[in-house]
Design a protein around this ligand. Structure first.
Ligand SMILES: [Zn+2]
Length: 195
């Protein structure tokens, strides 16, 4: 039996985790990114921190309760070394989360040149408005729904490559999640801007 088959002999008990977090966790278990920041609050506001720790133990993931982004985060990773590197600063957060260099650079450039709007909002708003246009024109690569970051562009090759791999594994591990997740992401893109 392969290691991968072993990891998924049982369904993962999600305990109400948010869909984005489920996809991030599967991508981490599969080694498609070094780690993830998972909210310990469920989609309906229940604290599921202990349940997430149990899922991580079942899947040999290292865990840190020391938050990096928000106080709701549990940091999980394939190796304790990655978590130590993140806390010590030898691994940058974008690298830890598997963001392609071009996308991080595009974001950092916006921080430098944007004064009027918070950079995250501006960066994301531009991307989502482009994504909505592309979706309406039939130009949007659907695998990109699985990019767990804001890509620098609709045709960002590294984002597409990673997203395809994440999509494939989520569809295999949890087809119900794949269906719900992609449907909600599509709805979310189409509601951007409301124009
Ligand atoms: Zn990019």
């Amino acid at each position: 039996m392969s290691t991968m088959a072993y990891r998924y002999t049982k369904e993962i008990p999600w305990h109400g985790m948010k869909d984005d977090d489920k996809v991030s966790l599967i991508a981490t278990i599969e080694g498609l990114r070094a780690g993830a920041a998972i909210s310990h609050m469920s989609a309906d506001g229940t604290d599921i921190g202990m349940d997430i720790l149990a899922i991580c133990a079942d899947h040999d993931l290292a865990v840190s309760a020391r938050p990096v982004m928000t106080s709701n985060d549990i940091i999980v990773a394939r190796s304790p070394r990655a978590i130590r590197g993140l806390h010590e600063g030898s691994i940058a957060l974008d690298e830890f989360l598997g963001y392609p260099r071009c996308c991080s650079d595009a974001y950092l450039k916006q921080i430098r040149y944007t004064k009027d709007t918070p950079p995250t909002l501006r960066n994301a708003a531009l991307y989502w408005s482009n994504a909505r246009d592309a979706l309406e024109d039939g130009r949007y690569p659907l695998a990109l729904l699985y990019a767990l970051h804001v890509p620098c562009a609709i045709d960002c090759a590294p984002s597409k490559m990673t997203a395809v791999r994440i999509k494939d594994v989520v569809e295999r591990v949890d087809p119900v999640l794949a269906h719900e997740y992609s449907r909600n992401r599509l709805r979310c893109i189409l509601s951007q801007g409301g124009a």
